[in-house]
Design a binder for this molecule. Structure first.
Ligand SMILES: [Zn+2]
Ligand SMILES: [Zn+2]
Length: 370
């Protein structure tokens, strides 16, 4: 079911002119007046503060409740998040929750099935009056005073702080216009399109490692551009997890920032998915890709694949039981034994991974069904 949608001219003009001024304007100014070190540093500094307020704030804290944060952190997210020109926390989170609930279907506001450019930017060019002011899926956020204050003032904050602050910083260095271009317009264009990549590219290119049923993909390139939001297959499978890149080497600055907040005593109760459960999702996604091959396989080869998969599943079940035991031991303060139990659980997870991967390799050698 497609709703009749009216064009939103304010959004169309804003999203057209900010990158033109941001890129062409900054280039022209730099050509005529030169570039000084503070200018790109201003862009990077504001990109980090605003980008983190979107990734760790709007997204992981407000939309998904993946941790608890102290009010000064929430206020920081509310102010710097407004500078991204991506509407209020309440509006953004409500749309984002709809995206997760109806992903790839008509109600998904940035449904990738309507095309790459729709998911990237075109969806913002249309009004959706029915959804806009109800926010019934964000009752929890409506109880939050900071959220409601920001919902009322986010446009004023964007204009006064988003354009005023970089202009002021520019003025301190002797060029308010350079500040406005580098820290205002260019920075907005960069944050817009890198955020939009999560809705377009991360639903388009990459691997559906954790859930083969939806379009979300793990894509390290998008992670690099968005402070960690590119591991999108994992995120759609475990949206409440405070991490998107779960391996230590995966680029996820938002996860590191949240850990730093915990260290400073400003955040707590981080939601993280047990490792056996993550492995189970990976295995299921992989099996789904080879199901038809197994079904079409000659009896002996098919049996071998099934035997390996059964062994992998048994090991994961044991790993899961050990993981729960480890949590209990940890809660009881048994400092030595919980680590040992966790070590055993992890060992079984790795063993299970070897088994299911070997089953998948075997299945890939079976000719695909016609
Ligand atoms: Zn998504
Ligand atoms: Zn999300």
């Amino acid at each position: 079911m497609q709703q009749v949608q009216k064009k939103d001219w304010v959004n169309i003009l804003f999203l057209t002119f900010t990158p033109v001024i941001g890129i062409a304007g900054t280039a022209a100014y730099s050509w005529t007046h030169g570039v000084r070190l503070w200018m790109p540093l201003l862009t990077i500094g504001m990109y980090l503060a605003v980008g983190m307020s979107i990734c760790a704030g709007y997204h992981r804290f407000f939309s998904h409740k993946s941790y608890e944060a102290a009010w000064p952190v929430q206020l920081f997210y509310a102010i710097f998040g407004a500078l991204a020109a991506q509407n209020s926390i309440l509006w953004w989170s409500s749309s984002h929750r709809v995206h997760h609930k109806y992903v790839d279907r008509d109600w998904d506001p940035y449904n990738i099935k309507r095309g790459f450019w729709w998911a990237h930017i075109l969806w913002i060019f249309y009004r959706n009056d029915e959804r806009d002011d109800t926010f019934e899926n964000a009752r929890d956020l409506q109880q939050n005073k900071i959220v409601m204050w920001q919902h009322r003032w986010h446009k004023v904050i964007l204009i006064v702080v988003g354009f005023g602050l970089p202009t002021l910083i520019g003025a301190m260095f002797g060029s308010p216009l350079a500040g406005l271009l580098w820290g205002g317009f260019l920075r907005i264009a960069i944050i817009h399109h890198t955020t939009f990549f999560v809705n377009s590219l991360a639903h388009y290119i990459g691997k559906p490692l954790f859930n083969a049923e939806v379009s979300a993909r793990d894509n390290w390139m998008v992670a690099l551009l968005t402070l960690g939001e590119g591991y999108h297959s994992f995120h759609h499978r475990f949206p409440a997890d405070f991490r998107n890149g779960i391996r230590w080497y995966q680029w996820d600055p938002a996860k590191w920032w949240i850990r730093a907040l915990v260290w400073m005593g400003l955040a707590k109760h981080l939601v993280s998915t047990p490792e056996p459960q993550i492995e189970q999702a990976r295995m299921s996604a992989a099996i789904r890709m080879i199901e038809t091959r197994i079904a079409a396989a000659p009896a002996t080869a098919g049996d071998e694949v099934r035997r390996k998969l059964a062994a992998a599943i048994t090991n994961l079940e044991t790993a899961f039981a050990l993981w729960r035991q480890q949590m209990e031991e940890k809660a009881q303060g048994m400092s030595r034994s919980w680590r040992e139990t966790r070590r055993r659980s992890r060992k079984l997870v790795r063993q299970s991974r070897r088994e299911w991967k070997s089953a998948v390799r075997l299945a890939m050698r079976i000719p695909a069904a016609a």
